[in-house]
Design a protein around this ligand. Structure first.
Ligand SMILES: [Zn+2]
Ligand SMILES: [Zn+2]
Length: 167
């Protein structure tokens, strides 16, 4: 549980309070189908009493393992995800996206869970320009070159190429 006790920030508007949590990733219900988050989830930030509510800013650090979709290499990646959230006991006028809470503490467990999941890319790549595997011989093109001809020809030009080959 990641709970920020409000007795620490309650007293005065403008009061700031630093928070930090270290929780094992296994305590969260993260998806495991195409990546795995393990190790410690480290959360740190500042809660500020704004008078109308609480402004929470901070970051989540985690470690992700995955297999690159293009070259099939196993990758371990350290990630940092930032957050910036408003919490209040009731909605604040002219302010959207306020997280409503009750009680003497703010529980950010679900927030942290969601931030980590939303922060994951749709495709898993070892690097943005991963060259992948050669479709003919399977060579990892990030590491080696192969001698296969993988030139992709525009289908419209393909017609032309065939015509030329007839001669
Ligand atoms: Zn790759
Ligand atoms: Zn090849």
């Amino acid at each position: 549980m990641m709970r920020i006790k409000l007795s620490d920030v309650n007293n005065t508007s403008g009061r700031r309070y630093e928070f930090a949590f270290d929780i094992p990733a296994g305590k969260f219900d993260f998806p495991t189908n195409n990546y795995r988050i393990d190790g410690m989830i480290k959360v740190g930030g500042i809660a500020e009493n704004t008078g109308a509510g609480y402004h929470l800013q901070g970051s989540v650090k985690c470690r992700r393992h995955f297999v690159c979709d293009r070259c099939l290499e196993e990758v371990t990646e350290n990630q940092v995800h930032n957050f910036d959230e408003i919490y209040a006991k009731k909605s604040i006028e002219n302010q959207k996206d306020v997280n409503i809470f009750s009680g003497d503490f703010i529980d950010i467990t679900d927030l942290i869970h969601d931030i980590v999941i939303v922060g994951q890319p749709i495709i898993n790549l070892c690097r943005p320009d991963c060259k992948g595997l050669c479709p003919k011989c399977g060579t990892n093109l990030n590491k080696h070159r192969c001698s296969c001809d993988n030139t992709v020809i525009d289908p419209r030009l393909m017609v032309l190429k065939k015509l030329l080959e007839k001669d």
